[in-house]
Write a protein that binds this ligand. Structure first.
Ligand code: XMP
Length: 514
């Protein structure tokens, strides 16, 4: 695929932290890819510089649980097994895995017993994050135990014959005190990786690929939402094909306050030649009338987008390709790694739109994580406002309005969200959180405004921290800031009589309410 010479392959056994492992490798400068364990036969393992086996929910001795493909060890590529990966290696190579006599969950102390690659330069005793029901009680032949937990259970092993390392805990989780150092030790010392990968390298390759694959007589259509992914896609493609790029910005009436004007300003500042603005507010709101099911809303919006795009494409003519700002987690959330990932919400119409239009698909950011897109955006000179702005879903405020989308609820949602953002910016917290917004549904709360009793709307404020949107935690905001947000919303948004703060993390909740 590319000139990236050192790649790490993460083999997914259905673990909840698989993406974190991939991200940590990238943070350490190593390009990483995730593949479902059932698909590794499609890959040539020798093309990779290191393999990491993820955690997973099954027991290695359970019927039908994923087993270790012998090729993984036979390939000779250095391997790190994490949690289920650790047990898989032990089980496959003749060790013994049993139900753990005591469940180790959460922060656990481990004691390093022998000199080892993974723990090189680290203290003898340290805290790690455990989450397992099974445990390796007998290491396979040729393996030595290098660390045990405070309860005496095997915490890490290393092969004396091959570059194979295993850990029962999760080095990729922040609660593991020296997790990053362990991963770095594996990648640099254990697997001998030397390069330091930068996202822009991949983008330069993509620019070349696009130049070669899109004939000079053909045009590319790109929908921009104003978010960083689509605007960065526009910047990348503009470098690749110049004025053969047509950007389409559809105002579906579900945007944040002031967004239309701001996005148009940015598009102009980027020097794009062909910007098509479509005011489709009434069409979308009309189509959404009476629709309250979240997935149905997404379908209606998706279908109308396609209709609008078809109209624009036929007006331009010569359009053979459509570009999308799909990023790596979008592909994986849409099932790109195979069957162990599940789609909770049909977020991204990955592939749907081009199929419908009979066009080729270009996804320049398909291998990048969000923070890497931000890095590329900065290098390409996008305005800082775009780089810093929180992610915003394609169906816009429709997924922040519970029940039917009406003009009145939209207005409440828009005004209240603007207040949430303003207050976060004011308190210097905007950039420290992943997303912050207001949600409105059909619940009512009796309020007293002046001498009047009034049945008004309930607004829920949702502010979350996250690394990639796949998991998230609610932000422990200072009471003072919450109070200011709440008072401003009830004072400035006429029909609101109650403000609530959402205090559930993801999982079990999702970030958006719908
Ligand atoms: P959830 O709500 O699934 O959101 O926890 C995870 C991330 O995805 C965004 N999101 C969407 N983005 N179309 C999008 O383009 C959608 O339908 C959609 N739903 C959620 C959400 O804002 C968060 O960043």
């Amino acid at each position: 695929m590319s000139s990236i010479k050192e790649k790490v392959l993460i083999i997914d056994y259905g673990g909840q932290y698989t993406h974190l492992i991939a991200r940590r490798c990238r943070e350490l400068g190593a390009y990483s890819e995730i593949v479902d364990n059932s698909l590794i036969h499609e890959l040539r393992l020798s093309e990779y510089s290191a393999l990491i086996l993820s955690g997973g929910p099954k027991s290695v001795y359970e019927l039908g649980s994923p087993q270790l493909e012998p090729r993984i060890i036979e390939s000779g590529v250095p391997v790190l097994g994490i949690c289920y990966g650790h047990q898989l290696i032990a089980n496959a190579l003749g060790g013994e895995v049993v139900r753990s006599p005591r469940r180790e969950y959460g922060r656990t102390r481990v004691i390093v017993e022998e000199e080892s690659v993974l723990f090189a330069g680290l203290p003898r005793e340290q805290t790690v994050w455990m989450s397992h029901g099974d445990v390796v009680v007998t290491p396979p032949y040729g393996f030595r135990v290098v660390a045990r937990s405070e309860y005496g259970l095997i915490a890490a092993m290393e092969s004396t014959e091959r570059p194979v390392f295993t850990v029962q805990f999760h080095p990729e989780v922040r609660h593991t005190e020296h997790g990053m150092r362990m991963l770095e030790n594996f990648l640099r010392r254990g697997a001998g990786l030397r390069e330091r990968w930068r996202p822009m390298e991949r983008i330069l390759e993509i620019i070349e690929e696009v130049r070669k694959s899109v004939p000079e007589t053909e045009e590319v259509l790109l929908g921009v939402s104003g978010g960083i992914d689509s605007l960065t896609t526009a910047a990348v493609l503009h470098q690749a094909i110049g004025d053969r790029l047509h950007t389409v910005f559809v105002d579906h009436g579900l945007l944040r306050a002031g967004e239309t004007e701001e996005v148009m300003r940015v598009l102009k500042s980027m020097g794009l030649e062909n910007v098509h603005f479509v005011d489709a507010r009434s069409r979308f709101l009309e189509a959404l009338r009476g629709v309250s099911d979240p997935e149905e809303k997404r379908k209606v919006i998706g279908a109308l987008f396609i209709e609008v795009f078809k109209e624009i494409a036929s007006r331009i003519g010569r359009v053979r390709y459509i570009a999308q700002g799909t990023i790596y987690p979008d592909r994986v959330e849409s099932g790109a790694t195979g069957k162990t990932t599940s789609v909770i919400k049909s977020h991204h119409n990955v592939g749907g739109l081009p199929r419908e239009l009979g066009l080729g698909l270009i996804e320049p950011l398909r291998d990048l994580y969000k923070d890497e897109v931000r890095e590329v955006a900065r290098e390409l000179g996008l305005p800082e406002w775009v780089v810093r702005r929180h992610p915003f879903p394609g169906p816009g405020l429709a997924v922040r309005i519970i029940g039917e989308v009406t003009e009145e609820k939209l207005e409440v949602c828009r005004k209240a969200s603007a207040i949430v953002e303003e207050e976060l910016i004011r308190s210097g917290l905007y950039e420290t959180v992943w997303q912050a917004f207001a949600v409105v549904g059909d619940d009512r709360w009796v309020g007293v405004k002046g001498d009047e009793r009034e049945e008004g709307r309930v607004v829920i404020v949702r502010i979350v921290s996250s690394e990639d949107g796949m998991t998230a935690d609610w932000v422990r905001l200072e009471h003072e800031t919450l109070d200011r947000i709440s008072r401003r919303i009830t004072n400035e948004v006429p029909s609101v009589t109650m403000v609530c703060y959402a205090v559930s993390s993801k999982p079990p909740s999702t970030i958006e309410p719908c």
